[in-house]
Design a protein around this ligand. Structure first.
Ligand code: PGA
Length: 250
């Protein structure tokens, strides 16, 4: 049995004082879990988060990184700048980055490759919009995101990647995919990975669900056989709620 990987995605929330408070509240609440706990915080909170979580079971991630090592890329952060300060994970290709900042399957692949090369563990996000689901294109969209977004990724590299299936219509809307919808979609995503990498590699791959997951619905979602964890936005900003998600699956 796999444990679960629960990652909080703080998005553009929490200044330094708020970050310190939230992390200090969280540490005792999640210390006994067998699940992996990650908090993906804004760049400006990373150093503090790494320092405060040292010696605890909480891992720290960033929410994006560039694919170049250095250079004239104003506003970007290189993967090695993250590993240098003790960051272990990085979210890549979140739907908000795809829709607001022009992220494509191609740039997702570039960022993922660079993150892996630097020793980061990418959490690569995929997922369909409501329009794509309603027009019967969910499977073709997810297939494209996996085929294009993981084009040059080897089976060995996949070992260090977490995939987050986040239906765009469920993100920040309070509308969660039902346990069955999430399980079916993730089962489908896993089958696309199986076609490329074989069933054994696909079974090992961690695929999270994300989209309005919270302390109330986590237990149901995390008990589904295909769902290996969660990427939690809104509910990760409240220690009590996030810790309940972490502790929902024993
Ligand atoms: P949400 O966000 O939990 O607030 O829906 C999830 C995400 O965008 O990662």
């Amino acid at each position: 049995m796999k444990n679960k990987i629960i990652a909080g995605n703080w998005k553009m929330n929490n200044n330094r004082a708020q970050a310190i408070e939230l992390i200090n509240q969280l540490i005792p609440l999640v210390k006994d879990t067998n699940n992996t706990v990650i908090i993906c915080v804004p760049f400006t909170d990373l150093c503090k988060a790494v320092k405060l979580t040292k010696g605890t079971n909480i891992h720290v991630g960033a929410q994006n990184c560039h694919w170049k090592e250095s250079g004239a890329y104003t506003g970007e952060i290189a993967p090695s700048m993250l590993t240098e300060i003790g960051v272990e994970y990085v979210i890549i290709g979140h739907s908000e980055r795809r829709s607001y900042f022009g992220e494509t399957d191609q740039t997702v692949l570039l960022r993922t490759k660079a993150a892996l090369a630097a020793g980061l563990k990418p959490i690569v996000c995929i997922g369909e919009t409501l329009e794509e689901r309603n027009s019967g294109n969910m499977e073709s969209v997810l297939t494209r995101q996996v085929v294009e977004g993981f084009k040059d990724i080897s089976a060995e590299e996949l070992d260090n990647i977490i995939v987050a299936y986040e239906p765009v219509w469920a993100i920040g809307t309070g509308v969660t995919a039902t346990d069955e919808q999430a399980n079916d979609a993730i089962g489908f995503v896993r089958s696309v990975f199986a076609q490329k990498y074989g069933q054994e590699v696909a079974n090992k791959l961690y695929i999270q669900y994300g989209g309005s997951m919270n302390d109330k619905n986590a237990q149901g979602l995390l008990s589904m056989p295909q769902i290996d964890g969660g990427l939690i936005g809104g509910a990760s900003l409240v220690a009590d709620k996030f810790s309940k998600v972490v502790n929902a699956h024993k």
